[in-house]
Design a protein around this ligand. Structure first.
Ligand code: MD3
Ligand code: FE
Length: 204
C-alpha cells in the first residue's frame, strides 16, 4: 500500500455488501427527488463529465454564471435538497472525529469515461471538519497530493464500500479522479461509479 499524505485515512471495505446495497437504495431515492444535473465550470461554461446532485441542508453546485457555491436548493428544480440518509449521518459520527453533523452530501456520478481534474475543496468555511467520502460501484484511480499543485502525488485505487477521511493537513490537499475501471463492480448492475462526500460547510 502507498504511503498516504498526513491526514488522509483510507478505510478499505468499510461498508459490507449489505450496507452498500441499503445505502445505494437511499441514494436512488435522493436522485428521484433531486435529479442528477450537468455542472458547468465558472466563466467558460465547460461541462464537467461527472453528473451531480446533493442531499442535506446545503448542496455544492456550479454553473457558468454564478460559479462554485453552496445553496439550499437544486439548481434546476429549485426544490430544497432531500435530507442526508440516516446511514450516512451515522457513518460521519463513526469516522469524522468532529462533534457536529455534516450539512452537505455531494453525490457524484461517473460513467466509464468520466474524470475529475486535480482541485482543492475550498468553498466551505469550516476547514476544521474533515471531508468524508464513500465510494459505490466501479473502482477508480484516485490521486492526492499536497496543498500546492506541484507537490508530489500518490495514486490509490478506490473500491465500492471504501471510505476516505480527509482531515487535518490533507483537508486542503489537491486531489482528483484520473480514471474509472468499468465492469469492476456488480453493485450498480451497470457501469459507473458513485461517490458521496459529506461536508460541514459553516462553522458550528
Ligand atoms: C482530498 N470527489 O467531490 S472523493 C469532490 O471521487 C471530489 O468523486 C472525488 O473530489 C470523487 O470534491 C474524490 C475523495 C476526496 C474528497 C474531498 C477531498 C478527497 C479529498 C478534500 C480534500 C482532500
Ligand atoms: Fe474534491
Amino acid at each position: 500500500r502507498p504511503t498516504l499524505p498526513p491526514g488522509v485515512r483510507h478505510l478499505p471495505s468499510y461498508l459490507p455488501q449489505e450496507a452498500q446495497e441499503t445505502l445505494l437504495e437511499a441514494i436512488r431515492a435522493v436522485v428521484r427527488q433531486a435529479p442528477l444535473y450537468v455542472p458547468a465550470m465558472p466563466r467558460t461554461g465547460k461541462e464537467m463529465s461527472v453528473r451531480m446532485t446533493n442531499c442535506g441542508a446545503l448542496g455544492w453546485v456550479t454553473d457558468q454564471e454564478r460559479g462554485y457555491r453552496y445553496q439550499p436548493m437544486h439548481p434546476v428544480t429549485r426544490e430544497p435538497w432531500p435530507p442526508i440518509p440516516e446511514a450516512l449521518l451515522r457513518l460521519w459520527q463513526e469516522v469524522a472525529d468532529y462533534p457536529h453533523p455534516p450539512q452537505a452530501c455531494l453525490v457524484n456520478f461517473y460513467t466509464a469515461d468520466a474524470k475529475m481534474g486535480q482541485h482543492q475543496d475550498r468553498d466551505e468555511r469550516e476547514f476544521a471538519a474533515p471531508v468524508v467520502s464513500v465510494s459505490l460501484g466501479d473502482d477508480c484511480l484516485f490521486r492526492v497530493g499536497g496543498t500546492r499543485r506541484t507537490d508530489k502525488t500518490v495514486s490509490l485505487r478506490l473500491c465500492s464500500g471504501d471510505v476516505l477521511v480527509l482531515g487535518g493537513e490533507s483537508r486542503l490537499a489537491f486531489h482528483g479522479v484520473d480514471r474509472i475501471y468499468p465492469g469492476t463492480s456488480m453493485l450498480l448492475k451497470s457501469d459507473g461509479r458513485i461517490n458521496l462526500t459529506l461536508r460541514r460547510v459553516t462553522a458550528p
